[in-house]
Design a protein around this ligand. Structure first.
Ligand SMILES: Cc1ncc(COP(=O)(O)O)c(C=O)c1O
Length: 361
């Protein structure tokens, strides 16, 4: 760890690998002899074009994106995709299915209702989003233009452990909070998207992976900037892209590659999460918010029996160098977000801290 750096358990924006930050720091005023910062470069320059092309190629290679998909580097956040998805995809039948397993899927569902007829394929609201519905609980419409779900529910700490079977209906998935934490069979999806600010890069970049045949069927009033086809045709450079974030993504992907790619991440992410869940399950004071078979490997949500004790935990953890552990107000308690860049050591030390707190209180 660099001097004075904390273990930052923020849900996002969140930790970036220290090597990446140091490399960006070293290159910040003069990128590889260009005499300027990446922040100062024209997005049409040769130097930046190479950064862009290499980053995109590495993303495609590391995430195993098939040839009939386009990778787009967009802005507007994952929230922008809540509008872009229906605008571009719902025109086929006018209908779509949404599984609402948390806050962001709920917002996406509400937004989509502006553009078509939306049916609730599943909801976990009955138990405050503590679980993920099983395949046989999904109410699927074979005529839906697409089926939508959020792979990892950042706030509630639940994660889909399977890819839904929707027959011929294309699947749209928000992977904001578990992007590149494990291999994904992209060919099972129509669109995958996510904000970069958890696992991939600083805030400001949104990645969308779009099956090419799904683009070009947008509703007639789709804003130019929200049209997948516009961005595909111009290779994400219809307008100025988020250049700095794309450069940072490139550095994170180089780091990821050196860790064994998404396969390497998958190996450690589950053991990192298991370390925390084991300590919590064996504690006297703490209970986990999510049901066992739906627990997220990225966001570990837990609480003690009282708000006072939760507050004491957060305060003492912060003083010990474990920051941003306060849970989201919808859930209360605590949340430890342990994305790709959180070192195993940080999780081990937090597990020790939880064990000691449990013993002493
Ligand atoms: C799963 C998920 N989807 C969507 C969002 C919203 O993302 P953005 O702030 O990039 O619009 C978040 C933000 O935390 C999220 O966790």
């Amino acid at each position: 760890m660099g001097m004075d750096r904390v273990y930052n358990f923020s849900a996002g924006p969140s930790m970036l690998p220290l090597e990446v930050l140091e490399r960006a720091g070293a290159e910040i005023t003069n990128y590889q002899g260009s005499g300027m910062s990446v922040m100062e470069m024209s997005h049409r320059s040769k130097v930046f074009q190479k950064i862009f092309d290499d980053t995109k190629a590495n993303f495609i290679r590391l995430f195993h994106v098939p040839d009939n998909y386009k990778v787009l580097f967009l802005q507007g956040g994952a929230s922008g995709q809540f509008s872009m998805v229906p605008l571009n995809l719902i025109g086929r039948t006018g209908k779509a299915d949404y599984a609402v397993t948390g806050n962001f899927a709920s917002i996406a569902c509400k937004e989509a209702k502006k553009y078509g007829s939306i049916s609730l394929a599943a909801s976990s609201e009955d138990r405050n989003h503590t679980y993920i519905p099983q395949q046989d609980q999904l109410k699927l419409d074979p005529e839906a233009s697409y089926f939508y779900y959020c792979a990892n529910n950042t706030i509630y700490g639940t994660e889909w452990q399977y890819v839904p079977d929707t027959g011929d209906v294309p699947i749209v998935c928000d992977m904001s909070s578990n992007f590149l934490s494990r291999p994904v069979d992209v060919s099972k999806y129509g669109v995958i998207f996510g904000g970069a600010q958890k696992n991939l890069a600083p805030a400001g970049l949104t990645i969308a992976i779009v099956r090419e045949d799904l683009a070009g069927h947008e509703l007639p009033y789709t804003p130019l900037m929200m049209n997948y086809k516009t961005m595909i045709d111009k290779d994400s450079m219809y307008n100025t892209p988020p250049c700095w974030c794309i450069y940072m993504l490139g550095l994170v992907l180089e780091w990821l590659d050196a860790q064994g790619g998404v396969e390497g991440m998958e190996k450690i992410k589950h053991s990192k999460a298991a370390l925390l869940y084991d300590v919590l399950d064996n504690s006297r004071l703490f209970t986990c918010a999510a049901e066992k078979d739906s627990r997220s490997d990225m966001n570990v949500t837990f609480r003690s029996a009282s708000e006072e004790l939760d507050a004491k935990f957060v305060k003492e953890a912060t003083a010990a160098g474990f920051t941003n552990l306060k849970g989201h107000r919808n859930v209360g308690g605590m949340r430890a977000s342990i994305y790709n860049a959180m070192p195993v050591e940080g999780v081990e030390k937090l597990a020790d801290f939880i064990r000691a707190f449990d013993k002493n209180n």
